[in-house]
Design a protein around this ligand. Structure first.
Ligand code: PEP
Ligand code: MN
Length: 337
């Protein structure tokens, strides 16, 4: 940590800041510049609250130089994490597609969509059985019945399943049916759920919270990793900003930012990020170009009648076109799809 002291600070205040830093357990190195004094506080303390120093008299600025997350960081692990599930690798050269409806609605719907998803060459079928809806009156998902349907549909078309878990008490049930657990944006900081997911042996896809910084997001990943599960991938799904033309603001730059700070795979979800069907294809192209290790997109055979997120669901033909286009982009940057 670097502590910049105010100009013309008295010796007494300097001594006071140094004493506090030493009491916090840091070794202190003092450098006197032309105008200001800088203190280097040496000691690895990932959970140290820098505000304890910021509020001391005579302190102008405090900069943290080590990340507060450890297991998620590139410093800890240089090589990319590659998550292998059956014959699929997430985080390697191949860009992985996860597609399907927002919610599993009925047998006919999920089988129809699974067939389209498989035909496109995608490997993973998405679909929620437990839905985090803003309104308690909106469709909340089919629960176990939905899990059974998505598993059956995925097995018929040789696909993997990703589905959302909202509460710790659903883990055991969902585990029987899914290959990957999805943690939704609204649960990114449900720390007890993250800890419990750290104790299982299936991969977790952690979506970015609606107003989470990259650091918040990586700290949440750290909860799962530090509880024992090292198979974590992240998913950028748009964040809340002042802009209202799209449902969320797709933070594309988060993809290279996370890749630099962390070894974990990054998936991009242009469906929730934009919330509008006609914006999904261009942003999917952009996400692959930006280096996403996979895409998650919503597709529906009859989006007008969809029980959730119909306006952002691609029609089957649009989805197939998206696959054609993103494969081309992947090729341009030397990746397969
Ligand atoms: C979803 O994937 O359907 C979903 C609810 O996503 P998010 O948590 O990103 O809103
Ligand atoms: Mn959705």
């Amino acid at each position: 940590m670097v502590v910049v002291l105010e100009k013309n600070i008295s010796d007494k205040l300097i001594e006071n800041v140094i004493k506090h830093l030493e009491d916090f357990g840091f070794a202190v190195h003092k450098s006197t510049g032309v105008e200001q004094i800088i203190l280097g506080a040496i000691g690895v303390k990932p959970d140290f609250d820098t505000r304890k120093v910021k509020i001391l008299d005579g302190v102008a600025e405090v900069y943290r130089i080590t990340e507060p997350y450890k297991l998620a960081s590139r410093t800890f692990q240089k090589n990319d994490t590659v998550i292998k599930i059956k014959d699929i690798s997430i985080g390697a050269n191949e860009v992985v597609m996860m597609a399907g409806p927002c919610s599993i609605e009925n047998e006919d719907q999920i089988f129809t969509i699974a067939e389209i998803v498989a035909k496109s060459g995608a490997k993973i079928l998405r679909g929620g059985a437990f839905k985090p809806r803003t309104s308690p009156y909106a469709f909340q998902g089919l629960g176990e019945e939905g899990l059974k349907l998505i598993r059956k549909a995925a097995d018929k078309y040789n696909l993997l399943v990703i589905t959302e878990v909202m509460e710790s008490n659903q883990i055991e049930l969902i585990q029987e049916y899914t290959d990957i657990f999805q943690v939704g944006a609204r649960n990114m900081q449900n720390f007890s759920l993250l800890r419990d997911l750290g104790k299982i042996t299936k991969p977790i896809m952690l979506k970015r919270g609606l107003s989470a910084t990259v650091e918040d997001w990586l700290m949440s990943a750290e909860y799962i990793l530090s509880s024992g599960n090292r198979e974590v991938m992240l998913c950028e799904r748009g964040i809340r900003t002042f802009e209202t033309s799209t449902r969320n603001t797709f933070d594309l730059s988060a993809i290279p930012v996370v890749h630099k700070r962390s070894h974990l795979p990054v998936i991009a979800d242009p469906s929730h990020a934009t919330g509008l069907r006609d914006k999904v294809l261009p942003m999917a192209r952009a996400a692959v170009a930006a280096g996403a290790d996979g895409l998650m997109v919503e597709v529906h055979n009859d989006p007008e009648k969809a029980l959730s997120d119909g306006p952002q669901a691609l029609l089957p033909d649009q989805y197939l076109e998206l696959m054609n286009q993103v494969k081309l982009i992947a090729g341009v940057i030397g990746r397969t799809m």
